[in-house]
Structure formats: C-alpha cells, structure tokens
Design a protein around this ligand. Sequence first.
Ligand code: MTE
Ligand code: MO
Length: 353
Amino acid sequence: DPFSTDPDRDKALIVRSSRPMNAETPASALQTYLTPVNAFYVRNHLWVPDLANGEGYRLTVEMIDGEEKQYSMKDLRAKFKQHTITATLQCSEWTGVRSRDVLVDAGLDVVNLDEDIQHAQFAGAEAYGASIPIDKAIDPRGDVLLAYEMNGQSLPRDHGFPLRVLVPGHVAARSVKWVNKITMSGEESTSQWQQRDYKCFGPNEGSNPDWDSAPAIQEMPVQSAITNIRRVPQDRLNNSRLAQVYGLEEDAIVLEGYAFSGGGREIVRVDVSADDGRTWQQAQLIESNEKGAKAWSWKQWRIALPRREAMNYFCVKAVEESYNTQPETFEAHYNFRGNLSSGWHRVPVPEST
Ligand code: MTE
Ligand code: MO
C-alpha cells in the first residue's frame, strides 16, 4: 500500500479525499498574506513518495542529445544562488534555486537555444509528470524555481520534500512535487495531466471532447473572490481609515477577499458591487512585500459599503494590467472539467448582516 507512508496532516484542513489526499484551506486561514504551511491546500494525484531524509535524493537533468547530469540537494544548495519569490498557488513564499541556473550548469546554451528544444518536462518521484514551455524555464525574470523551502521552512512532504518545481503564474499542476528528472524536449510531457485533465473546452463540447485540439492550461486567467463579510455598526466604524476612504457615516458592511492573475500580470483594480452587479465601487488593494521579478502573487483587498445599499448579492471582479477582466457568468464558459471557471464571484448577502 503506497499510501501507508503518507504524512500526518493538520486537523484544520478540509479533506475532500484522503487516498490520494486532496484537502482545502479553510477560509479563516486565508486572512494572512502568506498562508501558513500547515493550512496550505494539498492536491495529490497519487501517494506521497517516501524519500527518507532526502540524502539519497538525486535530480537528473537530461539535455536534448541525451547527455545527463545529476545533482544532490547538497549540490543545489552549494552551487547555485538561492532565490525567494512570493507566488500564489494560494499563496506562499518559496525558496530555492533558479531552473535557469541549473539548466545552464547542466549544459544548456540559453543564448543560442537549440530550436529542437521547446519544452522542459518534469517528472515526480511517484509517477506524476508535466511540462512547461522552455522559454518560461530559462527566463531570468520567469522565476521558475527548484524549491526546497516554503515560508522559510524545509518543504513538508505533502508539498514536495525535498524538491519541487515552482512555476509562478502558471496553473499549479505544472509545479511538479518530488521532482527527480528534468528533460529538454521537442514535445510536451506525455502524462495524462499534460495531455488530458488540465485543459479547457466550450460549454457545448461535453464530457468526451477532442483532447488534442485544446492547449494544456499554463498561465492562469484573472480571478477574484470574497472571503469575508462582516457588519460594522456606525459607532464602531467612526474614524476608521476605511470609513474615511469611503466617506461612510452609517452602518457598513466590510468585505475582504483576494484577486489574482497568472502570467505575472498585476492586479490593477478590484470592483465590488452590493446590488447584484448594477453599480460598482473600487476596493482598496492591500500592499504587500512580494518577492520576485513580476506579480506572481495574489492581492488582498478590502472595501466598506453602506449597509442599506446591499441587495441580494455581493459581486466581485478584478482587472489585470492588460485590462483583461472576468466574465459575468459561469454558464457562458462552464466546461465539464470545471477548469478556469473565472466568472464574477457572487455571494448572497447574509441575512444576519
Ligand atoms: N506533483 C506531483 N509529483 N504529484 C501531484 O499529484 N499535483 C499537482 C502539483 N504537483 C501533483 C504535483 C497539482 S494539480 C497541484 S494543484 C499542486 O501540485 C498542488 O500543490 P500542493 O499540494 O503543494 O498545494
Ligand atoms: Mo491542481
């Protein structure tokens, strides 16, 4: 039973399946900018490989001509400059070495890149695999890491100990955990997670689509969510910064949430509606000290609205730096996989508020 050596998990996680482990972060743990490691969501397709203390662990890098080079964890730490980036797989700080530096060391000529090389394929120690375009893997501002730390601690086993790929701005399915091989290739990974599951189709295409016709999901589209709603009576709101910003002198509702876009595209605006999407106001974007070359991480936001304006639904939509925004409804782009469902997030106005 390969699952018998899976690690123990925090009781706070909302477990959706235990073999393989799939567990959600409770909304209460999404309040801090960096999600605590113990409450970080777990998405395993298989078991957690037992790699003991990581000493026997080796990463193999294979060039397009089949030439191979191997690295131990000690080699990676000693030989390459350490980098830390803040990146949302919802949301954490990741430390490791750049895939670019390791590939160059393994013999990749990144200045005159061989045209036959199109993808970097990653293999995990259980059986998982995925790939990304080579340009992302070698972009010095792409910040792809071979990560061995999360929020300043050694990676927990569930999150890839001793080494995982971290591809910021891309769907988390490409951030292969327990990575033990990187292959330069003309082709994408042949795994089902590259060729099948993480693709998207039209609402009409049903559950047996032409898989080859759709590209594998890489960069994520812009999305946002409301994570907290609370009523603040006028006497408690008085003189708060939020009340001043929104000019409020009456009972208010304070909403909080996050917004995120893939591709390192920064969130430039978050619009919130208290009247089902008829009128909108801009939320305050909360500053944070993100590390990394681009906006790889979510923005948290906050807004105060007059209580008496709340109708049936609160809605939120975000806008990123290319002025892409979210579709109004889920129906228009629902697909059987449920992937990339980035319609406005709507939450019924709670009766108690
Ligand atoms: N890597 C391996 N080796 N095995 C996996 O099952 N799941 C992928 C990715 N990398 C997976 C993997 C998916 S779909 C996601 S969403 C992220 O890991 C989840 O990372 P986390 O469990 O650290 O939150
Ligand atoms: Mo995933």
